[in-house]
Write a protein that binds this ligand. Sequence first.
Ligand code: GDP
Ligand code: MN
Length: 404
Amino acid sequence: MNIHEYQAKEVLKSYGVRIQEGIVADSPEAAQEAAEKLNAQTGTSWYVIKAQIHAGGRGKGKVQETGSNGVVLAKKLEEVAEKAKNILGGTLVTHQTGPEGKKVNKVLIAEDVYYPGDSEPKEYYVSILLDRATGSNVIMASTEGGMDIEEVAEKHPEKIIKEWIDPKAGLQGFQVRKVAFKLGLSGNAFKEMTKFITALYKAYEATDSSQFEINPVLKTSDDKILAVDAKVNLDDNALYRHKDLAELRDLAEEDPLEVEAGKSGLNYVKLDGNVGCMVNGAGLAMATMDMIKLSGGEPANFLDVGGGANATTVEAGFRIILQDPNVKAILINVFGGIVRCDRIANGVVEAYKSIGDIRVPIIVRLQGTNAEEGAKIIDESGLKVFSAITLKEAAEKVQGVLKG
Ligand code: GDP
Ligand code: MN
C-alpha cells in the first residue's frame, strides 16, 4: 500500500528521522493558515507547496488546467493561497501518472529548507528495499540525489552504493558508516547521515515496509541531513498488525474498479488491453494472460475469483470487467478442482441472465471435474457464450470473435 508524502513524513518523524516540516491543506484558505502556522513553528518565510498524489516527478509535472508545476516555491506568505489554488483540484500529469494524470485533493505546505541564499545545499538519494534475489534488505544511496534514479542506475551504475543487511544480525553500525563515507561525507554531516540512515532503517523495519525512497535527502550548509521527499510502500500482508498505518489508505488514489473488486473479495488489477479475463487462481490467471498475448491479444485485467468461485463471485467479476469500456471480449478460464465445472457453468449462465445486457462475446474454458457437463451447459444456454476445452483453443476463439 502506498501512502502520501505528508503521511510518510509523519511516520518517519515518529521514528526520529529528520524531515522537512510541513502541514497538509485541502483548500487555498487552509494553505494560507498552514503557512502562518509553519512560520510560527519554524521561522521559515519561504514556503514550498507540494501536490499530494501517489506518484513522483511532481516537481517537473504540470497541472493541466493551470500550467502550474506540482511543487512550487512561494517567497511570500501572501502568495501561498494563490499558488495552492493553482494546484488544488487540478489534474497533475507527471512521468509516473500516465497522460491521464491524477487529481490533486491536498497540498503539503512545507518549510523551505534550501535556505534563501544558501549556495551549498547538496541533494542525496537514499532508499531501503527488499532484495528478493538475496532475501535481505538493501540500503541504496547515491550522491546523485534529486534526479531520476533509474537514469542514474542506467548511465552511472557505479554511483549507486548498495549495502545488504543480514536479516539475522540486523543493521550494523559499520555498515551505516560505510554508506556515509562512500557518499563523501565527513565531520558533522557524516555523523548526521549515520543518524539519519539508522533511524530510517528502524522505521522501515518497525512499519513492515517493503520500500522506502527518500529523494532528495538534503544536506544543508549547516550540515543538517533531512528528508525533503518521502515515498513509503507498506507491505499489505503486514497491515493487519498496523491498524494505525492501515488507516492512512486513500481510496481516492486507487482505481475505483479495484476498490470495488476488493469489497467482493476479488483480486482485480486493471490493465490496458481489450480482453477481460476471469480466472480462478493467481497462477492460472498469469498463464491465461500470457496465452492471450501469445494469440495476439492484450489482457484488459487480471482477475482472480479465488478457489470457491460460484454464481455470486462470477457475477461480481462480470460486473467489474464490463465497467471497463475497453473490454471487447471476455475469457473465463476456470479449473474445476475444488469446484465442479457444471456448477461454474451454471453460475456463468445465471450471472449472464441476471446482468442481462452483456454487450461482448464470452469464451468459457472449463477444465477438470465435470468439464464436459460444463461445456454442454454453456453450449445449450442459447446465450452469446462459447465454450472451449483447451486454453489455446480458448485464446484463439477470443481472437476470432475480436476479428468479427
Ligand atoms: P517529486 O518531484 O515528486 O520527486 O517531489 P520532491 O519532493 O522530490 O520535490 C521536487 C523538487 O522540489 C526537489 O528535488 C527540490 O529540488 C525542490 N524542493 C523541494 N523542497 C524544496 C525547498 O524547501 N526549497 C526549494 N528551493 N526547493 C525545494
Ligand atoms: Mn522526489
